[in-house]
Design a protein around this ligand. Structure first.
Ligand SMILES: [Zn+2]
Length: 139
């Protein structure tokens, strides 16, 4: 597909640097949170402190899930950058626009396709109960 407008030299470099920085940062955070998850639970004898620890642990698990998803988004964005696809709306194939990309570097759709997709998602999505200790044993 030929794109009328894409990300050119300077801006592409700017986004690449931004994404790589962000990627390195996030990886550090994911590692720190995983270590906290692995070592932070079950140390306190009294139940109030234990409850707090458990709560923190659950928050960490949720947090690290979210961070992992962000990492995957960044990796996908870097791949698109390498393929020269970065900034191209995956629905309509138009350039998303620099302003929108600066605000939302992982945007995969232009704003009109995004609001259409979100409206559709809201109709489809049901509440999902996540198992509390999921992810505790991975890696
Ligand atoms: Zn679009």
């Amino acid at each position: 597909m030929q794109h009328k407008e894409t990300l050119h030299g300077h801006a592409a470099k700017e986004f690449e640097r931004f994404l790589k920085d962000k990627h390195a940062n996030l990886r550090g955070t994911v590692r720190a949170v995983s270590q906290r998850c692995a070592s932070g639970i079950g140390r306190s004898a009294d139940s109030a402190a234990w409850a707090t620890e458990t709560l923190h642990y659950e928050m960490d698990v949720t947090l690290s899930d979210r961070l992992r998803r962000q990492l995957a988004q960044i990796e996908a964005a870097l791949e698109r950058l390498a393929r020269n696809d970065y900034g191209i709306c995956e629905d309509c194939g138009e350039f998303i626009g620099l302003a929108r990309l600066r605000a939302l570097p992982f945007a995969q759709r232009c704003s009109s396709c995004q609001s259409r997709a979100e409206a559709q998602e809201r109709r489809v999505r049901r509440p999902v109960l996540e198992p509390v200790f999921s992810g505790a044993g991975d890696e």
